[in-house]
Every structure is written in C-alpha cells, then in structure tokens.
Write a protein that binds this ligand. Sequence first.
Ligand code: SF4
Length: 490
Amino acid sequence: MFCYQCEQTAGGKGCTKQGVCGKTAEIANLQDLLVFQIKGISCYAKEMIERGEYIDKSIVILIENILFTTLTNVNFDASVHVELLKETQKVKESLRNHVGEIHNNTAQATYNLPDTKTDMLKDAPLAGIMYDNALDPDIRSLRQTIVYGVKGISAYGHQARSLGYYSDQVDNFYILALEAVTDDKLSVEELIRWTMRIGEMAIEVMKKLDEANTNTYKNPTPHKVNVNIRKGPFIIVSGHDLKDLEMLLIQTKGKGINIYTHGEMIPSHGYPNLKKYPHLVGNFGGAWQDQQKQFDNLPGCILMTTNCLMKPRESYKDRIYSTNVVGWDGVKHIKKDEDGEKDFSEIIQQALELGGFLEDEEPHEILVGFGHHATLSYAEKIVEAVKSGELRHFFLIGGCDGARPGATALADAFQTDVNGLPLSLIVSWYEQKAVADLLALLSLGIKSIYLGPSLPAFLSPNVLQYLVDTFDIRAISTAEDDIKTCLKQS
Ligand code: SF4
C-alpha cells in the first residue's frame, strides 16, 4: 500500500504498511482500485458529456459515494469495498457498450475487474499512486491534489444530496476531473489550471450545501450548547449529516432519550429546525481524535453519520453504529430504505436498555451558530469596531462553512477586497475536505494563508514553490510567532 492523502501520514511521507488512521493494506489497495475504476468510468462518461448526452444520476451517485468512501477515516469494511468495486465494473461495461470507441482509451478505461477479492487484490498494485515510477513528480503531485480535492468536494456534495440538493455543474465536474488525471497529454500548467477549477467547484458545492441546509433547517442563529452530560439514556450523533440527525430526533421524540452531538456535528445546534427539538440536549466530548477514550464503556449508543471514525474499542464496538458511506468491519450499519428513510429502532432500543448517565452534571454552555448570515447581520457594528480601533484583527481558523459569503461580503462592507482586510486565514488541514477548502480560498485570490500543522506530503517541492510564489502560502510555525506576524499586518 501507499497512501499520503492526509496530515497524519506516516513520517510525513506516506503510509506503506498500515495506515496511521487504522486502514489496513487490504483496504488501502481496494480503495486504490475503486479510484482507478471511477477514473475508467469517467473516461467513458466524459465522451457522453462532450456529445451532450445526459449522465444518469445513479452513475454520479456511485462516483460521489466512492470518492467519499475513500476519504480519510470513513470506511474500513472490505466487504463494502468489494461490493462497490463490482458495481463499478457493471457501470463501466454498460458505458463501454453505449459509448464505443473513446479518445482517451486509458488503462483505467480498458481494465476489467476480476470476480473475487483475492484476484482484485492481485491487480491492485497497478492502481497504486506510485505504480508508474517514472512519472514526473510534479504531474503525480498535481494529479493527486486534484483527486483529493474532488474527494473533499464529494463529502459536501453527498451531504447536500441527502437533502435533495445537487449541482449539475459539480456532478459533471467529478467526471471531467477524474478523466483529466488519466490524460497523459496534460502538462503541469494545464493540471495547475485544473487544481484552480477544483477550488471554484468547491465554492459551488459549498453554496449548494449552504442552500440545502438553510432552506431545510433555516439560517443558523447564535445558540448556547450545554457541553456537560444529562441524566438518562442517550445517543451521540457524530459526523456532518443533518438529515440523519433530524430523522433520529423525530424517531426518538417522547422516548426519554437525550441526543448529543459530537465532533463535526456541533454546528447543527444553531439551525432553528433542529434546535427546536428539546431532546437535542447538548454536545458530548471534544475533538474526534479523543473518541476512543471518550466512548470507552459509554452507557449509551453512538451514530457515525460521516467521518471521522477511528478503530472502535471492544468496550463500545457493540454500541456504535454507522450509516451512509461510513463503515467498519463488524460495526452495525443502518441503511436507507427505498424512500430514503432510515429505521433507527435498533439503536434506540439499545440506548434505552443501556440506561444512560446516572446523574446530571452542572451545565456548562458554549456559543455556536455564527453562520455567515448571523455574522453579516452585524457587519455595520463590525466596521465601526474596526474603525474605532476596538477590533484590531480577524483570525479565521480552518473551517469551510460559508467561506465565500463570510469573507468576501465582509470585505464589501469595508469597501476593499478580501486581501485588504485585517484578516489572517489559518487553514489547519487534516483530510481531503480541507484540500477542497484551501483550493476554494486560493481560487478566490486570497493570499498569505497559513497552512499546517504540517505541509501536505503529496505536494512536490515544485508544486509547493508554485503555491508559495503565487499565493504566498506560509507554513504554520509556533502560535506566538504566527500571531505576532499576523498582528503586524494590522
Ligand atoms: Fe495514512 Fe492518512 Fe492514508 Fe490513513 S488516510 S493510510 S493515515 S495517509
């Protein structure tokens, strides 16, 4: 195996025996093959786009699900990968029959998947990142950056689609970008242009997700969230999928079960149509990296709706559930029915049987819900505070929620461009969504972004130098030094 798609990659270079994330060589190899297959599908689908033909959404959904499945900390279940692989072969064959001769007749397009997992694994090396040793390192670097950016976009696209929203432009872009990375004729310059297009599409998909979330659950407003525990049975919901949270809230209504968010799900408390449920009682735990310790022997259940899932300990493996594209071998999985609904009765029953926390803790509240809508409603006050010197500098740390309207609309209020604001953008990247976020900011022309905690291993020295020269990207150093440098700009 070889994988260097996330920040925790072994030795800052690449995981080669076992992923630091817990991914086995078997899963890594199956994931390589999955990405190889969707590149092959894209070679045929691109021809259809060029001919002006409609691409069935089931094909787009398969591509999107595979991109998201192979994102860091999402799926570790070999049987899911094998099933998806078989599906890719069926789709590829039907496209091949439909399209006939194609211009870019790549290895990915002509490859035929064998029937068994053993044979698939034998073939997997040809799909590996380092398979072609002689490949120009900058071409490899840019191709991988594009694939990781598209994976990031797929996470947002998947979330929007679960609420019934999608962008045809993004759907076609998955195909066009995946085909582009198989095209040996594309130069470094052309691949750089593709990387910038990833940023534009990341903005497009975030706009679509914002529309999906705010039309469905209304604009987030500031809201106090209790981060301490309440007595009684409970289910913790982790990940990003608001639809799953809503379905669970509806199904647990009046059952005496408290629902806590965890990790990336905390912003859900700001949405009026979610916070209206009184049994959405608070947030449990801290960062996702602490989940193994925090879920240990928990007297309740956990639902993982998207990443980040870590290897479940035996002490809670029987009470953690996955849904959507998330999976771990041996962890119970909740599927969607034909109407898009999910039956949460098993997790609800188990949560009731486990009994939950025995005592209330003294409440401790934190504020969430500062989406771009809420922030911009204070634009006038913010402008005044800056002019009076009361507010000296803005720090925007990571995140992807409303990057465009939040940053650029504030710049409009100051009648400047975003680079003219006393603003420092710090992108703390971990997995591929942050790659899409970073490229989104670069495509907006935003400069001097601090990137860390370490620089991506998949950026070759030349590609990194290009980003430094063009966008003044800076590596994060120490908090004290970075704050000093940022404040010097004020
Ligand atoms: Fe390593 Fe990250 Fe890849 Fe996991 S996702 S194998 S930790 S580089």
